[in-house]
Ligand binder design. Structure first.
Ligand SMILES: *Cc1c(COP(=O)(O)O)cnc(C)c1O
Ligand code: SF4
Length: 349
């Protein structure tokens, strides 16, 4: 689905007052390389007079994207070698990623797949989809299929239903997870009929991508509510971003609001080093300090795991923070545990 009022070209950015006309030629080069779309819903949230607007920072291109640092790559998480068929990535034993489309409803300036999303072949061909289902059917250890992309919810209800029906026919698939930004950036796309079509023989889980509490508008709350009411558990993933949400009170407000909307914060991603994304970086030290402060002030059900996808294809791991340290003295094994206020306590075994 696309909407006539979306921002898709540099001229649209100028018309919306989001960039100065003089900036257009340079940004046209950025947009040639990394796709641009901003939905109405997101554009309406931007304050064009605020140079540090956290919504603009995520979606409005910058000339800095043409500066590629030596540690930035086109495949920062090393998915390439795990691509077992076109659109199918099998990196972990019991779950596969299926990418039925390369399109998204918005293009995030920090996306780890930014070199691939938004151009080239839009959707996986029927033949490729057949091969993907055949791969899943031939691997009984595949308990979960993760629909990602791109964004699987750019597909029509008809195409989405067809994919879910094919997966329903594979008995060992017990969970289907969709990773999507659509419920937040284009909430009208998730009507009751769409929410209902997700309910299947297997458990369908939705992981929504949301980075700032302002994104959770009335309309987004409605879309999330329709999913949960239809029996689809909703989790969230957030990328830790300098200039957007690398701030304890912003993260706290975001995770609180999510839980109030019946969404379990799942992952807080440390930024992957995709090309031209240096302006969003935070350090491990900053991430650990933020996670530590959330533990003290925020309900446990609102705490996500802070994770790093180890560059080079070595997988995702939780980064901590560490609350415990081994302190053996003499023959006994002891531990020093730090509480949320920073005080240390002994825990002996
Ligand atoms: C992130 C990822 C998954 C999902 O990992 P979870 O930890 O289960 O959320 C699966 N496959 C690939 C290739 C991934 O990058
Ligand atoms: S919606 Fe997801 S896949 Fe699409 S550009 Fe944003 S981060 Fe990348």
């Amino acid at each position: 689905m696309s909407c006539a009022d979306d921002i898709r070209r540099v001229d649209d950015l100028v018309a919306a007052g989001l960039i100065a006309p003089e900036a257009a030629p340079a940004l046209a080069r950025v947009v040639d390389r990394f796709a641009l779309t901003i939905t109405d819903e997101m554009a309406a949230l931007i304050d064009p007079t605020d140079p540090a607007d956290p919504i603009a920072a995520q979606f409005v291109p910058s000339v800095e994207e043409l500066d590629v640092l030596p540690d930035e790559t086109v495949d920062p998480i090393g998915d390439g070698p795990h691509e077992v068929a076109s659109g199918v990535t099998h990196r972990y034993f019991d779950r596969v990623l299926l990418k039925p489309t390369h399109l998204c409803r918005v293009y995030c300036r920090f996306c780890f797949r930014r070199d691939r999303v938004g151009h080239g072949e839009a959707n996986l061909s029927e033949a490729d989809l057949d091969a993907a289902f055949a791969y899943v059917a031939a691997h009984p250890q595949i308990f979960e299929v993760i629909l990602s992309g791109g964004d699987p919810l750019v597909l029509s209800d008809r195409r989405l239903a067809a994919i879910l029906e094919r997966l329903e026919a594979i008995p060992h698939v017990e969970v289907v997870r969709l990773h999507s930004r659509v419920p937040v950036v284009d909430p009208a796309r998730i009507g009751e009929a769409t929410a209902r079509l997700l309910r299947r023989r297997f458990a369908t889980w939705m992981v929504i991508h949301v980075d700032h509490p302002r994104e959770l508008t009335e309309a987004a709350s409605g879309a999330i509510g329709r999913l949960v009411d239809a029996g689809v558990p909703v989790l969230s993933q957030t990328t830790l971003l300098s200039g957007v949400n690398a701030d304890a009170s912003v993260l706290e407000a975001l995770f609180r609001r999510l839980v109030a909307l019946r969404v379990k914060p799942y992952y807080l991603h440390h930024l992957d080093r995709a090309e031209g994304t240096a302006r969003f970086r935070t350090t491990i030290e900053e991430g650990a300090a933020l996670m530590r402060s959330l533990r003290g002030r925020l309900t446990g059900i609102a705490q996500p795991s802070w994770v790093l996808d180890i560059p080079g294809g070595h997988g995702k791991v939780p980064l901590g923070p560490q609350w415990i340290e081994k302190t053996s003295d003499g023959g006994t094994v002891g531990w020093t545990v730090r509480d949320p206020d920073g005080r240390e306590h002994r825990y002996d075994e």
